[in-house]
Design a protein around this ligand. Sequence first.
Ligand SMILES: [Zn+2]
Length: 318
Amino acid sequence: MRIAAGMIFAGAVSLLASSAAWSQALPTKGAAAAPQAAPAPAPAPAPPPAPVSTRPPCNNPNALGIGRTVEIDTTGGPGFGFEHFKELDFLREKEVVLTFDDGPWPVNTPSVLKALAEECTTGIFFPIGKHATYYPEILKQVMAAGHSIGSHTWSHAALVNKKLTEQQRKDEIEKGFSAVKWALGGKAPAPFFRFPALQHPPEMVTYLGERNIGIFSCDLDSFDFKASKAQTIIDNVMRKVEKNGKGIILMHDFQKHTAEALPELLKRLKAGGFKVVAMRAKTPVQTLAQYDEDIVKDLKLPTVSSRPVSSVVQTISE
Ligand SMILES: [Zn+2]
């Protein structure tokens, strides 16, 4: 798909560190507690408290680890991933970025987190806004484990669908980010966005540029959502990454087989001499207050009772 090349800012990637200490990637408590507090919240429901990193030190001496951490300045909406964006070729030979879409989801997302933790490595998660509101506690685990989190629209609508108005497309983008922020207890995620099905309507690419949100396509697609077993995913990724030599890998923490494939896949990447690059945002996304409020409205009715069911409902005869 053609896009206006002029909007992509060069020099968006800056290197933070060239060596790999696991602890370098840890967000500090100060950072977790830091600035951009949400604007005065509407009455109810209160968001869950913001997560604090509880990631343990790496105890696996043979772990895949983190080869390099880069900081991304998303001013102007740079695009990443050679399937659609060719301007920013920042990965070195044998470097990969692990990305996970469509969560958070029970069982599968926690399994992905476990596999990443065992290999002391990290990825970027692109949650669906609705899923974030269903399972905020799982998304909080993603953040607490030190991964980067962006957004993947509110409802996974295909933004190239001609039935959607321009406003509806913007709503999908903005509400997605606001939902993720709500789920994270008011802590704004990274200004990292991935279009559903990697379909890039040019006017929304421009819009994201104006909003200073980076766009993530990929270099290699695992096609994990089509795989009927974990081994297929491992084989797909290894074949493509050996051929490409490097790349941003698209996977889905939403998918059962991906969660099953990940422990072996990470070991294979390590054995193949690949190194993981962690991509961090220089600044969090600036959500729009109107959408933050919409999320809160969506999630009410503002019931104030938090009593357990056993205290509310008593069987008096049966
Ligand atoms: Zn998706």
